[in-house]
Design a protein around this ligand. Structure first.
Ligand SMILES: [Fe+2]
Length: 764
């Protein structure tokens, strides 16, 4: 690289101008037409490689075929629904009620076997020889999971009846065009009821064990069991979500496959720069083209720590109020490999009169070379150290990127939301809290299941290709597409254990610790520290808006919330019981070596700042573990003193699943979309200075395979978002929330977040 760029410290406008220009043309905007739609094609002019992809006949043919398939599928589905509608709102068929269908629904999971499933919608259907559905009876289960459906024996056994089915449904909600909330039911379980058995006053279906939102007993953090993503899951993606990912993954996937093929046959034909050029230009690459070196300067470093994917926490120096500290924890004591470095980085900033956090000193702790084995070795680098300072900033960006990906993205949004989703879907049905939370909780468990194979875990073996299922050729095609990508994911392995220092085991340990510092109670957004600190400003505006939204929602729905408080009680019980322990609460600190103990205590103190964790509140102890999630209520019947807890928990849940996830997810493409600027890992290499080397040293950068994989996943995750508050694709977002968000458009957008890009749920 040329002489390091160090813009004069008084410069301000040029960096803002270049940033604005590039932000405008590299920002990903979802559109209905998919990846090759005109709007995105325009962006292709920015990227040579992308243009190549768009003109590749194979890609175009594949896309056309896919569009044709979508068209046929929609036509077939529409015809079938017209010919044989199953109307959940239909009244129960008339007739003399002279028999009952009885039984009990219970969970089938290992640890909660025989726990009743309360308030679940159950329907007894009959089907005629003309495929028409007749509703014989309907109801919901009691608190003990039992049901008793009264029906007419004559209607159930009529000559025109072809079959009978008992079905259970998950309860969701939608809003009509005039904003009225109504039930929406999703089929979960069906079983046939033989007509010949319906002879007396009652027919007993006995105890029905459902594998329904089952906690995984093999994991150390709350996860749901998903046996098969497509066929045996507690929830399935909305069709629009599946279509969006299928459409947009094709060109990104083909670009990566082309590189993998080149690496296998002729690696010398490929360089990191060529790989970079084959993907769309991201924010930093665009800025570098306009003003070389600008993104490697101190201003940009400080601004990104303030407002980029890291959205770092700054803690004021007790001795000098103009100085602030940021800590980015590296390997610590987690399981790591010996190929990649992962030092802890502590940075001292000075808040200058322009409102920018200017980095002054940096302390790197941990091995920086392959020859160093001391995990406690600490090295200081200052802004006056020239080339070395430039290298240290890259090291800080990389540690920051992995920490943002693993701690802040995966754990603090995806896993935090999954624990609320499991407890929510297991328990909330008739309470208005279900309508409030479900639009923001859906699909998170599905994407987290995919993250196991793509991002963090050992890949599952690919699902075998299935024969044509009940749904016929349409579902068979979808099976083939899913199996194709499963196979690729399996062959590729998951990214983080392959491209960073931390192993799969290390990820498990770290995510458990990080979940152990996050509670809904007391959570607060950041304090903005200057006019240029935009992230907390947007964050606060959204948070304050949620406060007003929840006040209005609770006022409107108070009576029903009270009436169905039992569901809130069960929700709280499951949350607390399955939550991880408070970080370090199960560790005997006195038994640790002094340095390990000091590190653990420093981290606990830091995370209290980062996640506004309070250790001075009452928490429950379950099976000897001090659980990090505070209980919402201990009362089965409504207790007015707990109402604020419920409101605060809901506010936190929606904040994390929407704004917090959208922010970190969409900024991946900005901050880790240029391989040499920042990746998730730097290799030690065999040089004497290890990772303290220039960007031109390819011994320490990600290798070619990791480079294309990194570009693949940063593009994939940022480009396949679907499900936005404003777009309300499934009609389940409360119109009041949409209205309130639109009223704050100017305030949020001037602080760097497009309201159109704020997702309603964490699903990618
Ligand atoms: Fe995400």
């Amino acid at each position: 690289m040329n002489k390091p760029y160090q813009p004069p410290r008084e410069e301000r406008d040029p960096i803002e101008e270049v940033f604005k220009e590039c932000e405008e043309c590299t920002r990903i905007v979802y559109n209905d037409q998919g990846f090759f739609a005109p709007k995105l094609r325009n962006l292709n002019y920015l990227s040579i490689g992308r243009s190549r992809m768009a003109s590749n006949p194979f890609t175009i043919a594949l896309e056309l075929l896919y569009r044709f398939y979508i068209f046929i599928r929609n036509v077939v589905t529409s015809i079938w629904q017209t010919v044989a509608p199953k109307n959940m709102d239909a009244p129960v068929a008339e007739g003399i009620v002279d028999s009952h269908l009885i039984g009990q629904l219970v969970f089938a999971g290992k640890e909660d076997e025989n726990s009743p499933i309360h308030h679940m919608k159950v329907v007894f259907w009959a089907r005629t020889w003309l495929f028409q559905w007749v509703k014989l009876a309907e109801g919901v289960t009691d608190r003990d999971g039992t049901f008793k459906l009264a029906f007419s024996l004559r209607r159930a056994r009529g000559w025109f009846i072809f079959s009978r089915r008992f079905e259970t449904y998950q309860t969701n909600y939608r809003y009509s065009e005039n904003g009225v909330k109504r039930y929406h039911y999703d089929l979960f379980h069906t079983q046939s009821v033989p007509g010949s058995d319906l002879v007396g006053m009652t027919y007993n279906l006995r105890t029905i064990r459902l594998f329904f939102w089952e906690y995984d007993t093999t994991t150390t953090v709350p996860r749901v069991v998903i046996k098969n993503h497509d066929k045996d899951a507690p929830q399935y993606y909305a069709q629009g979500r599946t279509d969006a990912i299928n459409q947009q993954v094709i060109p990104v996937e083909l670009t990566k496959l082309k590189h993998i093929e080149q690496i296998a046959t002729d690696p010398s034909s490929l360089t990191i720069q060529k790989i970079q050029d084959d993907y769309p230009t991201n924010l930093t690459a665009c800025m570098e083209k306009k003003s070389p070196g600008i993104t490697r300067g101190d201003e940009w470093f400080g601004l990104r720590m303030m407002n980029g994917m890291n959205a770092a926490t700054f803690v004021q120096d007790p001795k000098n109020p103009s100085h602030y500290w940021t800590k980015l924890y590296g390997a610590c004591n987690y399981d790591i490999n010996d190929e990649y470095a992962f030092p802890t980085v502590e940075i001292k900033f000075e808040l200058d009169d322009r409102g920018i956090m200017m980095p002054k000193d940096m302390y790197l702790t941990g091995p920086l070379t392959a020859y160093e084995s001391d995990p406690w070795k600490r090295e200081k680098v200052t802004w006056e150290d020239g080339e070395k300072w430039l290298q240290a900033k890259r090291v800080a960006r990389v540690t920051g990127a992995l920490s943002a990906e693993l701690d802040d993205h995966f754990t603090s949004t995806h896993l935090v939301t999954e624990q609320y989703a499991i407890a929510g879907y297991r328990n909330l049905r008739l309470s208005p809290i279900a309508a409030l939370l479900f639009p923001h909780l859906k699909e998170v468990v599905l994407v987290n299941h995919s993250a196991n194979s793509i991002l963090v875990g050992p890949a599952d073996p690919p699902a075998p290709l299935s024969p044509i299922r009940d749904g016929g050729i349409i579902l068979w095609i979808e099976d083939q597409i899913a199996a194709f990508f499963n196979k690729i994911a399996f062959e590729t392995g998951s990214y983080i254990p392959l491209a960073t220092a931390i192993t799969h085991e290390g990820i498990n340990q770290r995510t458990r610790d990080l979940l152990g510092v996050q509670d809904w109670k007391g959570w607060q957004p950041m304090e903005p520290l200057s006019s240029r600190h935009k992230f907390p400003r947007a964050q606060r505006t959204f948070w304050n808006m949620l406060g007003e939204y929840l006040d209005a929602f609770f006022e409107e729905n108070l009576e029903q919330i009270k009436e169905h408080w039992y569901e809130v009680y069960c929700f709280s019980q499951d949350l607390v019981k399955h939550s991880v322990p408070v970080y370090l609460s199960d560790t005997d600190l006195a038994s640790l070596p002094q340095k390990d103990r000091e590190l653990a205590e420093q981290r606990l103190q830091w995370y209290q700042h980062r996640y506004s964790l309070s250790l001075n509140i009452d928490r429950d102890t379950v099976d000897g573990e001090l659980k990090v999630l505070s209980p919402i209520t201990h009362s089965k019947e409504f207790n007015p003193e707990d109402l604020d807890n419920l409101k605060e928990a809901c506010r936190h849940i929606i904040m994390i699943a929407t704004f917090m996830h959208s922010f970190v997810n969409e900024h991946q493409y900005d901050d880790i979309g240029e391989v040499l600027y920042s990746s998730l890992g730097l290799r030690f290499g065999d040089g004497p200075d290890g990772i303290m080397a220039p960007e031109s040293d390819t011994r320490i950068s990600p290798d070619l395979t990791r480079s294309t994989q990194m570009m693949w996943f940063s593009n994939l995750l940022s480009r396949t978002e679907y499900g936005f508050i404003e777009r309300n694709e499934e009609g389940d977002i409360n119109p009041l929330l949409i209205k309130m968000l639109n009223e704050r458009k100017e305030e949020i957008e001037k602080n760097g977040m497009l309201i159109a890009n704020i997702e309603s749920r964490t699903n990618i």
